[in-house]
Design a protein around this ligand. Structure first.
Ligand SMILES: Cc1cc2nc3c(=O)[nH]c(=O)nc-3n(C[C@H](O)[C@H](O)[C@H](O)COP(=O)(O)OP(=O)(O)OC[C@H]3O[C@@H](n4cnc5c(N)ncnc54)[C@H](O)[C@@H]3O)c2cc1C
Length: 493
């Protein structure tokens, strides 16, 4: 074993007999299947990137007591603003490896779990045994630099009914328990990255009610747990024509999947919340867990926004519109949105505070950023498409057109550009369509709109955490400075 985890170690760890289905068939090996192989390789490349000697210090830290073993900084629990910023820079460098398109890279769950661990005393109150299981598990995941995913949302089914009132076999619930552990049955969504992760954290983020204790648990399972079935969505990687035609979707399709737990046994040392409706909520919201997981998402989004704004400018250079006043205005507007995301990130960090030994980013500023960016992402995509016109569509059907000597001169004549060769123009615009127009791009719009909950959920967090007393206090201050008699006096003067 080297100083830190490598890509080949990660790939080997995925050959674990997990049960994944796609297109009606069971997948023998996710690391070689055409629906997943290139994206799995991109995930593995993250570990190779951090293991490079020149990146080790920026990307990793030494696990205390490990004899020199280093793991990704995502597992680091920052003890100051400075450490928070160092950690964030590492996460941004990882996000750059996929241009921000891999949302559930390993740093997402690492962030969620270290945030929850910062509130370990809550687990202690819930149950010392569950707290020990949780703390040991976070240590285990940290020491092994595991790639985790999570499923913390229930399938939509009948949204008007309580979760406990859904059909018995739908929402994952405890159906049995004994001296060894609990048995769970039912479904959770939406296991993004699950095909390339080592383990899955299962919990309930959506509020539960008293009486719904069977649903009120959290636990972790290896992806090859007996009875765990992963039903992959359509693979955009498999439908990509080639890397040339689809440079992003062919390599960074992190995948999403339904997880079905068919009487899966979870040993007690992997059960962190047991039959407590309140603790299900508290593990996310009364610890810094929810803040840290969504802070990671904003870090990643800062990279993706920068990439997309860069793409917008390159598109206008391609078609020779960059210097037109209206186009410059639109580019300036887009650049300001990129600045807004960066500024919010810096503010979220700087306005944080110590919680015990650890620095915790500012909760309300984080939720503000979340609400603004989930609205803004679809606008960003539309504004870039607006800058492009038909150029995004009038492209050779695939790389094969370049192999036909009859077509090449025609392509070169008709794909002229103001700022680059026809060959470069076609290459750039194919990448642009993949990022903002393709079915994969459309999944990304849905992701950015929903990864942290629908709008009514994120605005609810913002409502809950805003300092209404201060804002309302100013209004009261104004009102207290005059009354009817003041008005009468002023009128008389
Ligand atoms: C691509 C993608 C990947 C994701 N990956 C993961 C993952 O890896 N792990 C994970 O746990 N989650 C993941 N999620 C998030 C999660 O699965 C949910 O999509 C998200 O939390 C929103 O919940 P929902 O889909 O049930 O939507 P709903 O909450 O049902 O909302 C859908 C719409 O219904 C309406 N609505 C529903 N209920 C109400 C209500 N009570 N009041 C008002 N309006 C209402 C609103 O119009 C709302 O916009 C992912 C989501 C997407 C899209």
């Amino acid at each position: 074993m080297g100083v830190c985890k490598t890509g080949s170690e990660h790939i080997a760890s995925l050959r674990d007999g997990r049960t994944v289905y796609i297109d009606g068939e069971k997948v023998a090996d996710v690391t070689t299947h055409p629906a997943f192989a290139k994206s799995v390789a991109s995930a593995a490349a993250l570990y190779d990137y951090q293991a490079r000697p020149e990146n080790l210090e920026a990307m990793t830290f030494e696990v205390p007591g490990s004899g020199g073993r280093r793991v990704n900084r995502a597992w680091q629990m920052p003890r100051s603003l400075d450490e928070t910023i160092t950690r964030r820079k590492a996460l941004q460098r990882w996000a750059r490896q996929s241009y921000g398109f891999m949302g559930r890279s390993p740093d997402h769950l690492a962030s969620a779990l270290i945030g929850q661990k910062m509130g370990l005393e809550l687990f202690e109150k819930h149950s010392p045994a569950r707290a020990k299981a949780f703390s040991d598990y976070v240590d285990f995941a940290t020491n092994n630099d595991l790639f985790l995913t999570y499923v913390i949302i229930n399938p939509q089914a009948e949204r008007g009914k309580d979760w406990g009132a859904q059909a018995d076999d739908l929402v994952a619930r405890i159906v049995d328990e004994d001296a060894e552990g609990i048995t769970i049955r039912g479904a959770k969504m939406m296991g993004t990255s699950s095909i390339m992760a080592n383990e899955v954290f299962v919990a309930s983020l959506q509020p539960l009610k008293p009486g719904e204790e069977d649903l009120a648990f959290s636990c972790a399972l290896p992806m090859n747990a007996k009875g765990l079935k992963v039903l992959s969505r359509k693979s955009f990687e498999a439908s990509a024509v080639s890397v040339y035609d689809n440079p992003i979707s062919s390599r960074y399709d992190e995948n999403d999947a339904l997880m079905y737990f068919e009487d899966v046994k979870v040993p007690w040392d992997r059960v962190f919340v047991h039959r407590s409706v309140d603790m299900c909520r508290a593990q996310f919201h009364d610890t810094p867990g929810h803040v840290y997981q969504n802070y990671q998402a904003q870090i990643r989004l800062s990279v993706k926004t920068r990439f997309l704004v860069g793409l917008a400018r390159r598109i206008t250079e391609t078609i020779g519109t960059t210097d037109m006043p209206q186009v410059r205005e639109q580019l300036g507007y887009l650049a300001s949105r990129c600045g807004m995301v960066d500024a919010m990130l810096a503010g979220i960090e700087a306005a944080g505070a110590m919680k015990g030994e650890y620095w915790v980013p500012n909760r309300h500023l984080l939720y503000s950023a979340q609400v603004l960016t989930q609205d803004f992402y679809p606008q960003l995509v539309t504004l870039i498409r607006d800058l492009a016109g038909g150029a995004l569509i009038m492209l050779p059907s695939s790389y094969k057109d370049w192999e036909n000597p009859e077509l090449v001169p025609i392509i070169r004549k008709t794909q002229r550009s103001a700022g680059m060769t026809p060959d470069k123009k076609v290459k750039l615009l194919k990448a642009a369509w993949d990022a903002i127009g393709s079915e994969f791009a459309s999944r990304h719009v849905q992701y950015e709109m929903f990864y942290a909950g629908a709008r009514f959920v994120t605005t609810g967090h913002s409502f809950r955490t805003f300092d209404w007393a201060d804002a309302g206090g100013m209004v009261e201050d104004l009102l207290s400075g005059y009354d009817l008699s003041t008005s009468a006096r002023i009128a008389a003067e």
